[in-house]
Design a protein around this ligand. Sequence first.
Ligand code: AHM
Length: 287
Amino acid sequence: MERRYSMNRFLEAMKRVAIEIEIAIKSEDLGYLDSSNSSGEEQLKLDVKSDKIIEDELSKLSDIKAVVSEEKDSILELNGQGRYIVCYDPLDGSSLIDANLSVGTIFGIYDGELRGESIIASGYIVYGPRLELVFTTREGRPQLYRLIGDEFKYIKSLTLNERGKLNSSGATQRYWKPHHKRLIEELFQEGYRLRYSGGMVPDLHHILIKGGGLFSYPATSDNINGKLRQLFEVIPFALIFERANGEAIDENCYRLLELTPEDIHDRSSCFFGSKYEIDRVRVAYGR
Ligand code: AHM
């Protein structure tokens, strides 16, 4: 009961965050700062502003002990009496805003150690033609909310079919491993269609909304652990896909929900999809 109350308060906070970041995207300067983030990437002013919006909203929630952000080097303590740690990527794919493509915020709530098994809820916000938010706990299906007027309305729960039609394959193709290339080509031969915007949130949202498909961001010869970060991106989406009747694994075919990062900014190869496509990954990767 207590946890449910905390999650409801958290969800309401993230709805406010969504509206605030949406306003910032539409009205703020897009330039770069002189600083770079802990991964050595240049920081857009909007990344930093979005980070601050989330930090400020979550600091008002007494049960949030600390936050870990893609934009911060280390854990930030918020409320000494709190219980949960929230890990988030405030504005994933922000470089796509120049081209007016959709971007997103990803978040996961951890109870205990920062690892897959401790995640108790997660979600994401899509800043696209519509403002949408998806939220799930370890029980039940992911719930889709949409801003209509000045209020988020519940739209539906998200469930994947046994297989889909979309093939969303990330990373630089010249660095793909041969078996990965074969897998992607075979899916196209089976009739899968390419859908890849370069934004993890809209690309995964697309698969969830259309009921299936494969999103892959493999380990490559230039990024041996892949690109996407475990705590802020990979584990939160793994919970969403599993709760939507899909699967989420890494290149060793372990569940992404079993990952334990050594460092808060650790990355992992990742595959998200419906059951058929993830079985195809297992065969391609020899497991
Ligand atoms: P970012 O942290 O620079 O925003 O990069 C994250 C994004 C993801 O949203 C997306 O899935 C991936 O990078 C795309 O990478 P690539 O262009 O290498 O396929």
